[in-house]
Write a protein that binds this ligand. Structure first.
Ligand SMILES: [Zn+2]
Length: 458
């Protein structure tokens, strides 16, 4: 036996070309051998792999050699893109054409047709992710098994995008972004008030008030402690004395029972606010108890509850209402005045009594003021509308209350749906025992005078 060794250095082949790695499994009952330059996309139909990924690829092995797959074999192979003109003719006649994608990056007629043919003819294929997982399992290597907390691998930013997408309420939103000029390619985000919303253009998936509620919750900060926990009460608890937020904290030894809230002002400046320390466990009991009582009361005396709450809200809003109305009247008057003034300076300017510069200056001033006032009028009108919707709020709350009758444990959803804020009083130790009371501001209702209600009708 003889031979001539021409070189001892390794020879590089197929360098600099696009390659893919993938797992191929032989599902047939006889061996399959794949030659180096066979178009991998259309190899034997019993080989199962991500065919779509190998469109225009052949095995990345020295020419004339082959890879053999015994029945049931599963191997990881590397494929490389064809060189030259990339026209693939013959094999199983699935392509008979160009396999490149540079000329038409978004439209691959040959590819689409070929992929359809592969499926129709029953060539085995499998998504690369699944193939790889199966291969690793067979090899005894650990596969990245799904996190039980997050089995579908949703990442936070996509969830946030979904939560903040108004379109799910059945509307169309236009003017979300703008550019400074036609030459400026940067898309800038438009503030919400400058976007235009067309309601009910398609079927809604979520209700408006759920959407709004989610936006409110999204704006609250959810503090995580050093131990990585956060509380369902985060962002809802306030100090009853100074009105500042109470911060969530937990002890280092990981004992849940020690979790607490404390006034954030007290933490920074001890002299400005006394301690309002409360354990989460205690808070949970107090809130749940109060909610249970309210639900129970509404179930028993719905009409009386409605009556008392209407009275309370009317009283509360009467003063606010007057102030808003007064302001609105004044602003509307001023707008008419500004319009008159503008006509006057316009005439003066036309008559020559007012110089052009002076006219420009005055008119700009008036215009700015008018714009500002108009915006204010709109927001005042909205305030009035909100005040007028109070009865609606009561009805909504009663409905929610019926839903949560018999609530046994406090879940985050019930809490966010019913409660807007919780105010924690300083502890009272005068009786020798530590007593601490809380006030709950219910969503859309304000405080519910439970004691008063109980006195009125037991
Ligand atoms: Zn405080």
């Amino acid at each position: 036996m003889g031979g001539v060794l021409l070189a001892t250095d390794p020879i590089e082949y197929n360098t600099g070309r696009k390659t893919v790695k993938l797992v191929v499994r032989n599902t047939g009952d006889r061996p399959v051998q794949v030659g180096s330059h066979f178009h991998l996309f259309e190899v034997n139909r019993y080989l199962e792999f991500d065919r779509d990924a190998t469109f225009g690829f052949h095995l990345n092995i020295p020419a004339t050699t082959a890879v053999r797959f015994e029945p049931g074999d599963q191997k990881e192979v590397e494929a490389v893109v064809f060189g030259g003109k990339r026209r693939v003719i013959g094999f199983n006649a699935l392509v008979m054409g160009y396999t490149g994608d540079e000329d038409a990056p978004t439209y691959f007629p040959a590819r689409l047709k070929a992929v359809r043919k592969v499926r129709l003819a029953g060539f085995k294929e499998i998504a690369e992710k699944e193939a790889e997982a199966a291969y690793k399992k067979q090899q005894g290597r650990a596969t990245p098994h799904p996190d039980p907390e997050n089995p579908y691998g949703w990442c936070d930013s996509s969830v946030v995008k979904i939560l903040e997408r108004r379109e799910y309420t059945g509307c169309t939103v236009n003017f979300k972004t703008y550019t400074n000029s036609i030459w400026d390619k940067k898309q800038r985000e438009n503030p919400v008030e400058k976007q235009t919303v067309f309601p009910d253009t398609h079927a809604r998936i979520i209700e408006d008030d759920v959407f709004e509620k989610v936006q409110v919750i999204r704006q609250q900060r959810h503090r995580m402690t050093r131990t990585g926990r956060s509380s369902i009460f985060s962002g809802l608890v306030y100090c009853a004395d100074c009105g500042s937020k109470m911060q969530y904290g937990s002890s280092n030894n990981g004992d849940f029972a020690q979790d607490f809230f404390d006034c954030s002002l007290h933490k920074k400046h001890r002299e400005k606010c006394g301690g309002h320390f409360i354990r989460v466990k205690v808070l949970e009991q107090l809130v749940l108890k109060h909610m249970q009582l309210v639900m129970w009361y509404i179930l028993r005396h719905e009409d009386y509850f409605r009556f008392v709450m209407e009275q309370q809200m009317k009283l509360e809003s009467a003063e606010k209402f007057q102030v808003i109305r007064k302001q609105l009247n004044w602003d509307e008057k001023r707008i008419t005045e500004l319009k008159r003034l503008f006509i006057k300076i316009y005439e003066d300017n036309a008559n020559g009594c007012l110089s052009d510069e002076r006219f420009d200056m005055l008119s700009q001033g008036y215009e700015a003021e008018q714009k500002q006032l108009e915006a204010k009028v709109i927001s005042l009108r909205q305030d009035i509308e909100v005040q007028e919707r109070q009865n609606e709020n009561i009805e909504k709350f009663i409905q929610k209350a019926h839903k949560y009758v018999g609530i046994e444990t406090l879940d985050p959803y019930a809490l966010r749906e019913l409660v807007q804020a919780i105010y924690v009083e300083a502890p009272d130790k005068s009786s020798g025992k530590r007593r601490q009371s809380i006030h709950i501001k219910y969503d859309g209702m304000g405080f519910i005078p439970l004691d008063e209600l109980m006195k009125g009708k037991k």
